[in-house]
Write a protein that binds this ligand. Sequence first.
Ligand code: 2PG
Ligand code: MG
Length: 426
Amino acid sequence: MIGKYEITDIKARQILDSRGNPTVECWVKTGKGTGIASVPSGASTGKHEAVELRDGEKEYNGLGVTKAVKNISRIEAKLMGHDARDQDGIDRIMMEMDGTPNKSHLGANATLAVSMAVCRAAASSKEGEVYDHIGIIYGARNFVLPVPFFNVINGGQHAGNALDIQEFMIAPIGAESFSEALRIGSEVHHSLKGILHSKYGVNAVNVGDEGGFAPPMKKSKEALDALVAAVKKSGHYKKVGICMDAAATSFQKGKKYKLDGKVMDAEGLTEYYESLAAKYPIIAIEDPFGEDDYDAFAMLTERIGENVQITGDDIFVTNNERLKDGIMCRAGNALLLKLNQIGTIIEAFDAAHLARHAGYSIMVSHRSGETCDPFIADLAVGIGCGQIKAGAPCRGERLAKYNQLLRIEEHDLPYAGMDWRKKGVE
Ligand code: 2PG
Ligand code: MG
């Protein structure tokens, strides 16, 4: 007799993501359930990330993923009959089959698609919630609705404008519930649309890859001023903090950084961030320096880490070893968690546990190329990290995550809110 959690079938296919590029979708069937999942893809990818296997053929300009899809057939042969609840065992089988430190053999897009679909299939086999099953795998039952960080102004590699900083986000830290946070995010986003339209004209309200506006601004301060004005116009004083993802590797030139028309060394850039944090209600800065600049991360954390979250994305790439190096020198105080940077759920959880033990915060993150798979919404609730970034409250693939959080909220879970040391926009 086939057990209800026993894996009986695994299928994969090539689908397209929100930028119209191929990505992998996987479907896992057990005796009693099914799970389907698809993987996202970054644009400002860190060089230490796990490998996204691409075909390199003429179709889709080299971006096809048929090789990764074929690799899933090989994975299927090893996983047939396995218990879908054994996420640890399954992910480790794939890690062993791959045998490389960066999934370059099977492709992190192949292993992650299977890892996520297995997790869903296990939850479906017991007719349970995905976040609840994630809590079991993670080893915690501290379910909270995360504070959403809405990326409402896009720059850097996500937009065709002159802004060096990649993401300007608003976070409704003072909302009473997730649904209120989403409403505040939406209202501020629409206020911002009006402000940008009247100041910069109709082209300023076209949206970038993550659903935020991509206005023809040149300097960070213009974006920050627009955010403050939008929060004020929407009437949500004190409830909203500001966050930036500098994605600074993209404006690093050797040991210098070229930002907002100035060339600065790490010390100069630290002072610049300090001055911005003193002037604006900035509660978090992600990737303020290049992906190998641990010393500069440590310097900024030392200077403003008391009041401002310094989040490591391209520097840590959800990788235990790189995070360990960061913790040793107190570089940053938060981990950005992206499953596809490492390629399996279990490895991402290793990094999350390490972050937790070191007192680092965790923010679950989408990628700039997404699908409508809402997995990261369940992930953020399941590990109880209290923070998620999934783009602006605009575009289907972004709302897929936020809307899933609305559904989960109906289970009477609390909203994380935040004990940020600084207040929101006054
Ligand atoms: C980031 C992400 C997501 P990308 O830098 O944090 O916003 O962008 O997926 O392009 O790496
Ligand atoms: Mg980033």
